[in-house]
Each structure stands twice: as C-alpha cells, then as structure tokens.
Design a protein around this ligand. Structure first.
Ligand code: Z5A
Length: 204
C-alpha cells in the first residue's frame, strides 16, 4: 500500500480554505481514495479541548505557542501518521506554518524558538504540499464582517496583525517554494477550484 499524501491549507482567516477543501475532498473521494479531513488546532479529542482554550482564553504568546505544539504532537501521532500509513490522503485546515505566521509574524515570538519546538515535536515531519491562500487583509476583513457574531480571540485582532501574518506566510513560501502552492484568494471559487484540480488530478 502506497503512503497517502499530506496536504495542508493556510492563509489568513476568511481566505476561503474551507470552501476549497470541500471541493478537493470530493475530487479525491471520486477516485475511491480515503480522505481524512482534519484541522488545527484540533483534530483529536484532546486537541479539540485545547482548541477551546486557544480560541477562548487570554494567555501569553509563549503559552499559546506551546499549546499549539502540544495539540499538534497528539494530532500527528494519533491521526495523521496512521492515516498516511494506511494510504489515506490527509487534508488539514492549518498546520505548523500557521504557528510561524500567527505566533511569530503576528505575535512576535522568536522564529528560532518556534524552529526548536518544531524540530523537537515533529522531527522533520512536513506536509507534502501546502496550499497558501494569499489575500489582502482588507478583503478578508470584509468577508469576516458578513459572518454573524464578534469572532474568536484571533478574529478580533487588528488589520495590522493580519498584515504581519500575511507577510510571514509569504516569507515561509519564499523559503520553501517546492512545498508551497500559491493561490490568489481574490480569484473566484471556480477559478481556484480549477487550479487545485489541475494540480492534484495527476496525483490520483
Ligand atoms: N492559529 C494560530 O494562531 N496558530 C496555529 O498554529 C494554528 C492556528 C494552527 C483557527 O481559526 C485560528 O487559530 C486561526 C489561526 C489560529 N485564526 N484566525 N484568524 P479557525 O479554524 O476557526 O478559522 P480559520 O482557519 O481562520 O478558517 P475559516 O474561518 O474557516 O476561514 P476560511 O476557511 O479561510 O474561509 P471560508 O470559510 O472558506 O470562506 C470565508 C468566506 O468567504 C465565506 O463567506 C465564503 O463564502 C467566502 N469565500 C470563500 N472563497 C471565496 C472567494 N474565492 N471569493 C469570494 N468569497 C469567498
């Protein structure tokens, strides 16, 4: 049995990841391949409890970073590695690049500290492909305001915060261009879906 593929989806909040993960899941399942759809923070019972803390409770950036990695270790060991080993494709809404973007870019944590935690937690384990939905924070904010409610702790951050997050994502992509697939998130959903189909169909 061939190992499955691990695809992650990144971008600032409201970039349109959920919409496209739905479409890609349908495409892969139409080829009779198992898909494990998951997310971070979360993905396991313990991870979902940690998600509740991360999105709801005030805490220091360092505590936040440690909690993201604690949930991630559980996620990788309990869900992602076993799924890949049995040949499933894993589609994860966010993974480690989000920690670089939000905790380093957004909240000012040191990149070297995050690298050290990543090395300790993941030991070189990386997605096969990371789809980065690049979007102007002004457009993202307009999309967010069309939703009900005041949003979680991250969604309430300023536009300047999301600008730094976006820049950190772009920096990650520039450092690892082979892994990143760039998407212009201002394109229509149909255009983006066609781009992703063209990229992934040959893999099926
Ligand atoms: N976080 C972190 O800080 N560090 C970490 O290490 C990790 C995460 C792993 C999780 O939030 C938060 O945790 C996240 C970062 C932080 N916070 N922020 N901000 P979440 O999981 O609750 O939410 P999210 O990941 O940000 O995703 P989302 O809210 O589900 O947004 P989305 O998936 O990118 O967008 P969408 O729901 O598909 O679309 C948004 C709207 O735009 C919707 O009305 C669509 O109909 C519309 N849309 C979608 N595509 C288009 C296009 N192409 N054009 C126009 N309109 C569109």
């Amino acid at each position: 049995m061939a190992r499955g593929r691990f695809i992650t989806f990144e971008g600032i909040d409201g970039a349109g990841k959920t919409t496209q993960i739905d479409a890609l899941q349908r495409l892969i399942e139409s080829a009779r391949i198992e898909v494990v759809r998951t997310r971070e923070p979360g993905g396991t019972p313990l991870g979902e409890k940690i998600r509740g803390l991360l999105l709801g409770d005030e805490m220091t950036p360092r505590t936040e970073t440690l909690l993201f990695f604690a949930a991630r270790y559980e996620h990788v060991e309990q869900v992602i590695r076993p799924a890949l080993a049995r040949g499933a494709w894993v589609l994860s809404d966010r993974f480690t690049d989000a920690t670089y973007a939000y905790q380093t870019g957004g909240k000012g944590m040191s990149g070297a500290d995050v690298e050290a935690l990543e090395a300790w937690t993941l030991d070189g384990f990386q997605p096969d492909v990371t789809v980065l939905f690049d979007l102007d924070p002004v457009v993202a904010a307009q999309r967010r305001t069309s939703r009900a409610g005041e949003g979680d702790r991250f969604e309430r951050e300023s536009q300047a915060f999301f600008t730094r997050v976006r820049e950190a994502y772009l920096d990650r992509a520039q450092r690892d261009p082979k892994r990143f697939l760039m998407v212009n998130a201002e394109d229509t959903p149909d255009v983006i879906q066609a781009q992703l189909e063209k990229e992934f169909k040959p893999w099926l």
